[in-house]
Design a protein around this ligand. Sequence first.
Ligand code: C2O
Length: 455
Amino acid sequence: TAGEVSFTDRLYVPPLARSTRDPDGRRVFDLRAAPGRRRLRPGRPTETWGLNGPMLGPTLRAARGETVQVNVRNDLPETTTIHWHGMHLPARMDGGPHQPIAPGATWSPYWTIDQPAATLWYHPHPHGQTARHVYRGLAGMFIVDDPDASVAGLPSRYGVDDIPLIVQDVLLDDDNRLVERRRPMNGVGVLGDQVLVNGVLHPYHEVTTERVRLRLLNGSGARVYRFGFTDGRSFAVVGSDGGLLPAPYETDRIQLSPGERAEIVVTFRPGRRAVLRSHPPDLGVDVWNGRFSGGDDTLDVMEFRPAARLAPSPALPSRLAAAPALAAASAPVTRRFELSGFSVNGRRMDMNRIDFGVVRNTTEVWEITAIDSKPHNFHVHDVQFQVLSVDGAPPPPELRGWKDTVYIPDRRPVRIALRFGEHTDPRTPYMFHCHVLYHEDQGLMGQFVVTEPGQ
Ligand code: C2O
């Protein structure tokens, strides 16, 4: 059951990053990663890492069709990287382990945004160190807009009725230091006992409009959340990792594993407070099986405090976006991935090994199966994919939009269709991996390249 939580601190909403326009018309952002300190609770401030501030980073926002450049300066004491999770872009701009930024250096990737409006995010991806770098506070949202496909009726005033929520669990010691390793090992990495939202411990937020869109990101390394409200109210799910769903659907629970996003629209009543809670998730494994333990807690996340009078919101649209339709729905399985014991198909990550190549502008079907009785998910760089089936059954509604990360329940194969685009590079790989960051760091990751036909 949930510990006693009082919602004493106001929610922090990461500011929208400022940008300039360079002579080539690029929208240019500046990020600077550096150590910081933040007072998370009474007592000593916590030593953190952040981008343009002590913890987390600003929200980057750009439109489809724009060319963006992000100058990332590293003022940390060690090498890191910044990866654009969910973004379709050339491999050299991806920010994975092959694009390290040494202390004192600046990395300036640029690319043209060409994908549907979505809630993406950015985070470090240094080989073997990702869990620690994210946990210390390096992460931020990247919102993509698509002016040609805007949907009327969705709350969209950033910070007013459109709120990003980066949810991360932490474990603090008596001196308010982040505990980065917990003994005994539990098979997934650190599971915190308290929840940060945008870097604030279980905050409250004052609601001024009848409906609010929440862009939920599971920014944790290991924990799976199953979000709902303590009063059992339902809400509308409108978006998944890579964009809006075909249509909103009502539910009272939405489960997100590390790296996944969901956009939900919640209706509030004047003066009626509502607590967002994470219920025990359905992990598809026995949480006390001896190979893995924990993660089945109930945690209060934050409280919403609607004003006595709320500004009216428009009714939700009944259609949102075209359903993903990749021509592979009936194609044979082209690749199988078996996840077990920090390896994919028996091999652990090796930065010098490219596991396979895919040909540009082709669609493939991948089938992913986890067999080691631990919680896993699966993330692929460069693409948004479509879930075809989970254990042979059609996907549930929350998986019917574009996805870049999907939960893999034990011994229940998940089939996905992926379309690889135009960015070819025979030498620079993209990654696929489990987004349980401890698993990723231990080697549950592989590399592929996108090539020209015949390359
Ligand atoms: Cu969000 Cu390869 O990661």
